[in-house]
Design a protein around this ligand. Structure first.
Ligand code: PA5
Length: 448
């Protein structure tokens, strides 16, 4: 099997190869800090060896539980937000048929729907409506077990499920994934007798896709989680501390992005030319945004889907403020084949493309865009994956996670906490008069 690879030739100019390789000692020191566990946030390093430490028994238990849900349910709702949801959605959207929900007959897999990632009343209304009369189940995921968005969604859907099938049967269709001991979800799951899976204490939300958080719903969707894990294991080896900088793609990516940042490139745009990778971008934004955006520092992570967004954001990227660089996820080959047909009238003038695969056209759009953006002063990093498959998505997850840990240490922040996300919660609770927030309620009302 090949590995994903990194090419930063087209980022050179703003920064030289020598300047990047001059970072080798710094990067190695940050890598050592990660591996030796003596840096900031060192109680959240469980993800580092997660792929290689998942046991056969753990995978089998996840698959068995997935099979129970698969046998009972036409629809499974994965409830969660941030790291408790984005990894799953990234894999499922990449691997499932884009029009999956229209395949109502001859379905092999339940439809996976999502809740708890917003507080949209209309969204929840439409979800509860669509679930009426359907055999459905719930995977409720929250590491802290106290996050408001998923808790509201769960309260609503639990009631709907119990009303539809009775409390006893509902128990067999609800799985909770949460902390081993603490949090409201742990208490509730233990009290109600739900099947539970534990998110290890030392794995933070945005690094948890290779725990049951991601693996269970992905398995429910009928996707091979063993391949996903195998890909991550391969990348764990390929980016290990023992692999020299010159061959270690996570180390190099961390170095390049920090060197660009030092030279004023404050925004990184993750680009894909494969519409099914949209949620990989969403997962990546959380990983880097929450890990690095603190202490007044951090590259702003943005993402675009191309060529779609070339018709909206393309102008800004080509000619806007020169504070950006791009990281393109490039997929070597499409999984299916569609050829542009010949048209006798040729009114659209497209016969010059007749007989070509759509992906061939896409590749030229990708190459043309890279050259145009580089000419426009946008450094370009390329991450190539041989194909979109669970194996290579597993590689991609681990590659980005490892680089993120190193990169956060290069930047001088704790990449494993997220103190900033508490601010809106405090205000929201104060505004909603949550018991215990009386002082904050008083204070906030005087500001309105
Ligand atoms: O990275 C993190 O830990 C967070 O952003 C979480 O993913 C997110 O807030 C969801 O938290 P929880 O799983 O505790 O509900």
């Amino acid at each position: 099997m090949k590995n994903i690879c990194l090419n930063f030739e087209k980022a050179l100019g703003v920064v030289s190869k020598e300047q990047i390789f001059a970072q080798e000692a710094t990067v190695n020191a940050c890598m050592a800090t990660l591996h030796e566990g003596n840096g900031a946030g060192n109680d959240f390093l469980g993800w580092l060896h997660l792929p290689s430490s998942i046991t056969e028994a753990e995978l089998t238990e996840i698959e068995n539980t997935a099979n129970i849900l698969r046998s009972k349910c036409e629809v499974v709702v994965a409830i969660g937000i941030g790291g408790s949801y984005l990894g799953t959605r990234a894999v499922v959207e990449a691997m499932n048929n884009s029009f999956d929900w229209l395949h109502t007959n001859d379905r092999k897999n339940p439809i996976l729907l999502y809740a708890g990632h917003n507080i949209g009343e209309d969204y929840l209304y439409e979800l509860t409506e669509v679930l009426k009369g359907k055999q459905f189940g719930i995977i409720n995921i929250s590491k802290s077990g106290t996050t408001t968005e998923p808790a509201i969604a769960f309260r609503i859907l639990k009631k709907q499920l119990e009303d539809a099938v009775g409390k006893e049967e509902a128990k067999h269709r609800i799985v909770a994934i949460t902390d081993a001991r603490k949090g409201a979800l742990r208490t509730l799951a233990d009290q109600e007798g739900y099947k539970t899976f534990v998110i290890p204490d030392n794995v933070g939300g945005r690094f948890s896709v290779l725990t049951p958080v991601g693996l269970l719903p992905i398995a429910v969707a009928g996707i091979n989680i063993r391949e996903l894990v195998a890909g991550a294991v391969a990348m764990e080896k390929a980016t290990d501390q023992s692999v020299p900088f010159a061959e270690n793609i996570s180390a190099q990516y961390a170095a390049v992005r920090n060197e660009l940042y030092k030279r004023g490139k404050k925004i990184e745009i993750l680009c894909n030319f494969h519409p099914k990778l949209h949620y990989i971008g969403e997962w990546w934004k959380q990983l880097y945004g929450e890990s690095e955006g603190k202490d007044g520092k951090g590259i702003f992570p943005a993402a675009v889907d191309l060529t779609t967004d070339l018709h909206s954001m393309g102008q800004w990227i080509q000619e806007g403020e020169r504070t950006i660089y791009e990281t393109v996820i490039s997929v070597e080959k499409a999984n299916h084949s569609v050829v542009v047909p010949t048209d006798e009238a040729n009114l659209d003038g497209l016969n010059f493309l007749a007989g070509k695969h759509v992906d061939e056209v896409n590749k030229m759009a990708e190459l043309g865009t890279q050259l145009a953006h580089v000419d426009g002063g946008v450094p370009n990093i390329k991450v190539t994956m041989p194909e979109v498959s669970p194996y290579y998505i597993g590689q991609l997850f681990y590659f980005f996670e490892k680089a993120c840990g190193i990169s956060g240490y290069i930047l001088g922040v704790n990449p494993f906490n997220q103190p900033g996300v508490e601010a809106y919660k405090k205000n929201m609770f104060a505004l909603l008069n949550k018991p215990g927030y009386e002082k904050e309620s008083e204070a906030i009302k005087s500001r309105l």
